[in-house]
Write a protein that binds this ligand. Structure first.
Ligand code: SF4
Length: 350
């Protein structure tokens, strides 16, 4: 991984402003979400400060701006911790935080506060999660996430998947990763065979921009599809990066051509330091409406939001907004979930 400006490709290194360099030093000093990018992902970036790949990994001093809406745990995952590394929020599925590391860090990451301090999973952490899964047959699916589980080597990943499978034979495993995009050569033949060996298994891969689909990334994803591994795409709606219906339509068409299934388009969570990436909700709804006219249903992901503070995932549409109110953190939309409970999401990102 590249962790200093000096180690970036020369054009990118030269593009770093004094403010960006100072902010990277501040990140290190304060132990915030690290600056780290793979040489592969850095090679996809242009030197312009608004380049859509550069912005996803290059720390922006805007991250330090006060955001009264920010939540350290935006999805409320701590409320649903059933074991130190297991989150059980939805009846039929659970989330295993299998690694605290990623192959490079996305500046829009919603788990950024946890990731900055997390350690790799070990047997001691895994055991209570396995015991919980064995005692809860209503759980039919485990999302293996983190961080990124593909930062484990194949032996480590195989060990985690095998222990999950032994605890609950037949359970569906969903491996959530960005590695096929950020470090595609990590997904070698052995990794693909490993996925195939642990079926039923699906991959959920975050892809935010058509330029992320490099030749090696496409090859890695195509190898998974050829091996019979369903691959679902999750995209984060990011201001100035992909907040454009035509660009999103291109991304999802490219994904369909590779045999990948667009699954979710996420409205940004309220993680600290990410307000500058947030597309205002009404604009997001307008983008999604237009996107629906540009692409067939096969390529149209669900537009969704994890309700801030632990309300769970909802599909976004105009009728979800029940009104507006002024709160201490600013103007908020009032969102209603399927039970009629009210949740709040900022009307703007400032
Ligand atoms: S790969 Fe996922 S978990 Fe890791 S920094 Fe990016 S968004 Fe966060």
């Amino acid at each position: 991984m590249i962790t200093t400006v000096e180690d970036l490709p020369p054009e990118l290194a030269a593009s770093a402003s004094p403010e960006e360099k100072n902010y990277i030093a501040e990140i290190q000093r304060r132990g915030l979400l690290p600056f780290a990018v793979t040489p592969h992902f850095a090679s996809l970036a242009g030197p312009e400060q608004d380049d859509p790949i550069r912005r996803q990994f290059f720390p922006d001093p805007c991250e330090a701006a006060p955001d009264p809406c920010a939540l350290d745990d935006p999805l409320g995952e701590y409320r649903f911790r059933a074991a130190p590394r297991l989150v059980h929020q939805y009846r039929d599925r659970a989330l295993l935080l299998a690694s605290g590391a990623c192959a490079g860090y996305c500046r829009h990451c919603f788990r950024r506060v946890w990731i900055a301090t997390a350690s790799p999973i070990d047997g001691e952490d895994l055991q209570p999660a396995l015991a919980y899964l064995a005692a809860h047959p209503e759980i039919r699916e485990v999302l293996v996430s983190g961080g990124d589980p593909l930062t484990l080597d194949n032996a480590g990943l195989s060990d985690v998947l095998r222990r999950l499978r032994n605890a609950r034979p037949g359970i569906l495993l969903r491996v959530c990763t960005r590695v096929p995009i950020t470090e595609p050569l990590r997904v070698d033949g052995e990794t693909v065979a490993l996925f195939a060996a642990f079926r039923p298994l699906r991959l959920a891969v975050q892809i935010n921009h058509p330029r992320e689909l490099s030749a090696p990334g496409c090859a890695a994803l195509a190898a998974c599809v050829s091996a019979g591994i369903p691959v679902h795409i999750q995209t984060v709606l990011l201001r100035g990066i992909n907040d454009n219906p035509a660009l999103l339509a291109q991304l999802f068409r490219d994904c369909l051509d590779l045999g990948l299934s667009p699954y979710y388009l996420f409205q940004m969570d309220l993680a600290p330091g990410t307000a500058h990436f947030r597309v205002p909700l009404k604009q997001g709804l307008a983008i999604y409406r237009e996107l629906g006219g540009l692409i067939s249903g096969l390529g149209l992901p669900a537009y969704a939001l994890d309700l801030p503070g632990g309300g769970g995932k909802i599909r976004l549409h105009e009728n979800v907004i029940a009104g507006e109110k002024t709160a201490a953190a600013g103007n908020m939309y009032v969102l209603k979930d399927s039970t009629g409970s009210e949740w709040y999401y900022p009307t703007t990102n400032t």
